[in-house]
Write a protein that binds this ligand. Structure first.
Ligand SMILES: [Zn+2]
Length: 153
């Protein structure tokens, strides 16, 4: 295995943090960033929030200093893509609720995306929207109902 420095360090400048981060306890003692090793919450791959990435995140992008990474780079990009797709579904829904509420393909694709997103983020699950979609799908697809005779249209 190639030799690597044990700790990768980058000098920190908390005066460049967001206002909120500057008020945190960490602002008084943080003088440098060191690589943070973690396991991706989605795929379990080992990942590194590098010292340089931390400097960029906290000082340039003004991310909250308490923010920690949960996903590896690949999964993080995938989760951003999912979030963008879900936003599109939300916009379409707001624009044409009436026609979409009986659109089985639209509804099931949306529900599938929401479920997929849950495997990437351990918080902010949109349970209200999911139950609404399940309800509408039951109405849109009466043939799939477990009880009652099946009718052919
Ligand atoms: Zn991952």
């Amino acid at each position: 295995m190639p030799a690597r420095p044990l700790l990768n360090k980058v000098k920190a400048d908390p005066t460049k943090w967001s206002k909120k981060s500057q008020r945190s306890v960490a602002a008084s003692f943080t003088t440098e960033y060191t690589d943070i090793h973690y396991r991706c919450w989605h795929c379990q791959a080992e990942a590194i929030f590098s010292a340089a990435d931390q400097k960029h995140a906290f000082e340039i992008k003004k991310a909250s200093i308490v923010q920690r990474r949960l996903l590896c780079e690949t999964c993080w990009r995938k989760s951003l893509h999912l979030a963008a797709e879900l936003k599109e579904f939300g916009t379409k829904w707001d624009e044409s609720k009436l026609s979409l509420k009986t659109d089985e393909i639209f509804l099931s694709k949306w529900l599938q995306l929401l479920a997929e997103q849950e495997t990437y983020v351990p918080y902010r699950h949109d349970t209200a929207r999911k139950s609404m979609l399940r309800k509408l799908l039951r109405i849109a697809t009466p043939c799939n109902a477990a009880d009652g005779p099946k009718e052919v249209f």
